[in-house]
Design a protein around this ligand. Structure first.
Ligand code: NA7
Length: 549
């Protein structure tokens, strides 16, 4: 098991499928395509596999889904063979797992590392994608699969004076490979999303002092992470097929033991006792305490109030506690965070908190940054400022559809897809966990496997029926976009200025991007559409040219 570079495969002039990205989506896609007997090549910007887990090497990086559930289910051998050391695996271990999978299934021989796809243009006559890379590769592919990830385009806000700062800067999503030693340093951290919440406690243990610049406080639940015990591991491995099947049909792709009662109808003190029990067991499943927390503001308020009181009971300085207690969005409508000692870290004498909502960061300076006319001096600044989520990785590639329109142009007012799998005008281009699918609202492993399996079945269907072209109709796409919006607007989610809404990127359209109808319901819908002859898609055989509807 290595993270070493493989010999670069020879890129053929023509191939069945180009896969973009060698994270968990791209790796499994390659494996399935080999099973179909199709030729495929993967292009990957990084020098190794793992996607998110390759890039996000910041201190404390850890998955917020339990290891026993955040793993591939497609190979019985693999799921029995691999052993996790902790309940919630850290980034290094997940990356080792990705490399282990690449070795076990001999994936590297078809992956071109350190190669970025710059353009893919659809030729409607040949019905093929002409794909180009920054290494000068040009390959003609019948199909393209974008396994580019939902949170893969790291973003540093456009602060004035960004290049003036003379100290070191880091972005959590683009962390160096060599260890970063903060010992004795003055460190500024900008942002308080999941990445910052995981990184701050670890950085604070090393650094001389840490100053956190917070625009929006987030709700965070303790992970209660700990070592994996052989008994716990066995309790999963003995019944893995049944547990996996249950997760696939669940709401978020995670077994959360959901309580099917509404919070609002549950009397006190029973309601608080349930929150206490979820808080004690830890993790994102706190949101499964009741069945109406994302639908009813009154119910949500009870959960938010509970977590705010926990924060205030942990953080000793009342000013910091007040600042850390979120009040501007319902709990769960910005991705709920999971931490190890996040709030406790603010009790350390070397950790300060600066509110940058009332007074935004004015600029970076040669020595640090300025807020409210005051200069804060640092040796290093950590940008934990997030990503151009869900669409950023796709629209940054020059993807040109059958009418000459780019995907960025088509999605100018927000992403439009059918099932989050394909978009009209871009035949034979599939997206793994694209916008309009459960994606970031789910256990990504479950959603990745579902999409890859669906795409594999679709390609087998096309081949089996002597067809070679598939594209959603505009009508089916319109209906799906409307459905995605309708379901989202039946919840509290759109009320938060979150990256789900594109709200973290100035100028990005405010559209709720993931599908919130539930992993199980979504899976059933995708299966039903396929069984109905790929309803809502146009399927063509080799004799007909691809034209507008
Ligand atoms: P997030 O969740 O997008 O967090 C980014 C943080 O950076 C968030 O607190 C932002 O505040 C803050 N931010 C962004 N721009 C600014 C500016 N200009 N000034 C001050 N603060 C700013 O990214 P993460 O990497 O933490 O997590 C992303 C996902 O990765 C996470 O949900 C997990 O799924 C894994 P804001 O909230 O926008 O006010």
């Amino acid at each position: 098991m290595t993270e070493t570079k493989a010999v670069r495969p020879t890129v053929p002039k023509s191939i069945d499928v180009v896969i973009v990205g060698a994270g968990f989506g791209g790796m499994y896609m390659l494996h399935r395509l080999r099973g179909l007997g199709m030729s495929a090549i993967v292009f990957e910007t990084a020098s190794g596999v793992g996607g998110t887990w390759y890039w996000n090497r910041y201190p404390g990086a850890r998955c917020d889904v339990e290891s026993m559930q955040y793993s591939y289910s497609f190979s019985k051998d693999l799921e029995q063979e691999w052993t996790w050391s902790e309940l919630f695996a850290g980034q290094p271990e997940i990356l080792r797992y990705a490399n282990f999978v690449a070795d076990k299934f001999d994936l590297r021989r078809d992956i071109c590392f350190e190669t970025k796809v710059t353009e893919a243009r659809f030729d409607p006559t040949a019905r093929r994608w002409a794909v180009r890379t920054d290494r000068g590769d040009e390959v003609s592919a019948r199909y393209c699969v974008m396994a580019t990830g939902c949170l893969s385009t790291a973003r540093v806000p456009d602060f004035p004076g960004l290049s003036d700062f003379k100290g070191k800067t880091y972005h959590t999503g683009y962390w160096p490979h060599e260890p970063v030693d903060f010992t004795g340093l003055r460190v500024g951290v900008i942002g308080t999303g999941s990445s910052a919440i995981q990184a701050i406690p670890v950085i604070a243990e090393q650094a001389a002092n840490v100053t956190v610049f917070q625009r929006t406080p987030n709700f965070s639940i303790p992970s209660r992470n700990g070592p994996m015990t052989p008994q716990y591991e066995r309790s999963w491995k003995d019944v893995y097929p049944a547990r996996r099947a249950e997760a696939r049909m669940s709401r978020n792709g995670v077994l959360a033991n959901p309580n099917d009662k509404p919070a609002i109808e549950t009397p006190e003190p029973e309601r608080t006792a349930i929150y206490e029990q979820r808080w004690a067991s830890g993790g994102t499943t706190f949101m499964a305490s009741f069945n109406d927390l994302i639908f009813s503001k009154a119910s949500n308020d009870t959960a938010a109030h509970f977590v705010r009181s926990k924060i205030k009971s942990i953080v000793k300085d009342p000013v910091k506690a007040e600042l850390l207690a979120p009040t501007n969005h319902p709990i769960g409508t910005k991705r709920i965070c999971v931490d190890t000692n996040y709030y406790q870290t603010y009790n350390r004498p070397n950790v300060d908190l600066v509110d940058v909502r009332s007074q935004p960061i004015e600029c970076l300076t040669s020595k640090g940054l300025r807020v409210g006319g005051r200069e804060y001096e640092f040796d290093a600044i950590v940008f934990a400022t997030g990503f151009d989520a869900m669409t950023g990785a796709l629209t940054r590639i020059n993807l040109i559809g059958r009418e000459g329109q780019t995907l960025a142009e088509k999605w100018e007012a927000g992403p439009r897809t059918y099932l989050g799998l394909m978009t009209a005008g871009f035949p034979n281009l599939f997206m793994i966990t694209g916008p309009g699918s459960p994606s970031v609202l789910s256990n990504m492993m479950v959603s990745i496997e579902q999409h890859v399996d669906w795409i594999t079945d679709c390609l087998a269907h096309l081949t089996g029926h002597q067809l070679d072209c598939i594209e959603p109709t505009s009508a089916s796409e319109d209906a799906w976009v409307e459905h995605v919006n309708e379901v989202a607007h039946g919840t509290l989610y759109p009320s938060a200025a979150s990256w789900y809404m594109g709200a973290n990127i100035p100028g990005k359209p405010r559209v709720f991007m993931p599908y919130i109808g539930g992993v199980g319901a979504y899976r059933a819908k995708c299966a039903e559409i396929a069984a109905d002859g790929y309803r809502g898609f146009r399927l063509l055989g080799p004799s007909r040219a691809v034209a507008a509807e």
